[in-house]
Write a protein that binds this ligand. Structure first.
Ligand code: ADP
Length: 211
């Protein structure tokens, strides 16, 4: 590879390509807030110097990165916060019936249960089924009674790697993790729920990366 001195903008282009390869020039231009024409000279320099390669109809890639390695790096570097989706949350005093309705309406597999706004537990489809089979009046029992509760909840944090969180889903054989931020409540650490990471999120990501 050539040892020519690169400008700051060219270095920036390389890091954008490294992160998102293969990437079209229009997309690089979009990230930098420039026109495609304004980028043309930089892209030529980067290709001629051997830093980038332009694959017709595919986009720009870092020269010498095998596709497998690019894929692995993308997975390793992706954060839970990039992939999480909206959580379904209810209060521990809400009835099992109301929590079940929330689960249905939002097409989720798990509801996260809060106490004073902080994570107290969660209830999955199986937990609801167990409660229903028990023959109790679901309108009368609070969801807090049937949930799996803290501190036995496996969580994920927005800034951690998606790979580590996915391993936890596999290891614990569960459908989803609440994505949480740590706060303090009455002098003790407590979790605020800011999202969910589910098997569906991971399947969607897999399809995206496979493209
Ligand atoms: P399903 O009910 O569809 O089988 P899961 O496999 O996710 O869904 O849940 C199985 C059991 O594990 C349930 O009792 C549920 O409360 C519990 N569970 C689910 N997610 C978690 C989690 N993140 N942390 C701790 N326990 C969980």
């Amino acid at each position: 590879m050539s040892s020519i001195e690169l400008t700051d903008r060219q270095k920036q282009i390389i890091s954008i390509v490294r992160e998102r390869q293969p990437i079209a020039s229009t997309e690089i231009a979009g990230v930098l807030g420039l026109s495609r024409a304004a980028l043309r000279a930089d892209l030529s320099v980067l290709c001629l110097s051997g830093n980038l390669i332009a694959k017709p109809k595919v986009g720009y890639c870092i020269n010498g990165t095998p596709p497998q390695e690019a894929f692995e790096r993308q997975v390793r570097e992706m954060l839970v916060g990039d992939v999480k989706s909206m959580p379904v949350v209810v209060d521990e005093k809400d009835s099992v019936y109301d929590a079940l309705v929330a689960l249905f309406l939002d097409d989720a597999s798990t509801v996260f249960v809060l106490s004073e706004g902080y994570l107290a537990g969660l209830a999955s489809r199986k937990d609801f089924l167990k409660a229903a089979i028990g023959g109790r009046d679901l309108q009368k029992i609070p969801v807090g009674v049937i949930m799996t509760r803290m501190p036995n909840i496996v969580v994920a944090f927005p800034q951690e790697s998606i790979l580590e969180a996915a391993k936890r889903i596999v290891m614990h054989q569960i459908d989803s993790l609440p994505v949480v931020e740590t706060h303090e409540n009455k002098g003790r650490p407590a979790y605020r729920v800011v999202g969910t990471l589910s098997k569906t999120n991971l399947a969607r990501l897999f399809v995206e990366l496979g493209k």
